[in-house]
Design a protein around this ligand. Sequence first.
Ligand SMILES: Nc1ncnc2c1ncn2[C@@H]1O[C@H](COP(=O)(O)OP(=O)(O)OP(=O)(O)O)[C@@H](O)[C@H]1O
Ligand SMILES: [Mg+2]
Length: 256
Amino acid sequence: MAIPAPILMMENVTVDFDGFKALTNVNLEISPGALRILIGPNGAGKSTLCDTIIGRVRPTSGRITFKDQVITALPEQEIVRRGICRKFQTPGVLPTLTVIENLLIAGRKDRSWWKTFTHKAPKDELSIAEDLLEKIGLADRRDFMAADLAHGEKQWLEIGMVVATDADLLLLDEPTAGMGPTDTQRTAQLILSLLGKHAIVVIDHDMSFVEALNGYVTVLHQGQILKEGTVAEIRADPEVTAVYLGRSDDDDTAEA
Ligand SMILES: Nc1ncnc2c1ncn2[C@@H]1O[C@H](COP(=O)(O)OP(=O)(O)OP(=O)(O)O)[C@@H](O)[C@H]1O
Ligand SMILES: [Mg+2]
């Protein structure tokens, strides 16, 4: 079977913050519908890499291509319009709206804000939001205020909001931050259920989560790609172990 052309390509991307190189010559290819797990110690450049893809940070040199078009210099909202959506490290739900309203707003086709509040959501948008509500496991929280959700539920709602945009590439920055083991495993299952329709880049520190996802891993270290491979290959790599995977095999959470 032919390998599909990558949906996203980063070629020799360097980001220099006033003399400090947060990324150096990064090359990365993501296939349509595929998962990529991005790990690395604190300050490795993981969030900067996502910021650069979405146009919030500009590369000093290099090129980023999305769906065969160069997006390196496009404004962030244009990149979003073309089908990339990013979830930040901290949950960004709208606290005073209900769960279903949050999903509807994230997914609305007509982006005029007044229509959001004065018109009922079109039937098709409502049915998409209801399906998504099931998918993220929050059907019984449908009419709860987002502010009243538990921490894990807020994270799932925000993943749902990213999915609601129907972007082809989702960037999830630490979706399990602050979660216990049960919620972390549920998050892994949720992400796996989204693949195929969406390519997903997930940044995370938690090795139990990375193992549950069991996808292709890119290890960043000091702004450079140190290694790429399966979870097992990464686990077995002495260089990765030295810089990242902690001091003992039974230490599940990697430390900086
Ligand atoms: N706007 C900026 N100006 C200057 N330096 C920055 C800027 N943004 C990030 N950095 C630096 O770039 C490096 C990479 O930061 P980044 O946030 O990408 O790391 P990270 O891998 O996401 O870390 P963490 O695991 O802590 O989230 C850090 O040393 C950080 O201080
Ligand atoms: Mg980060």
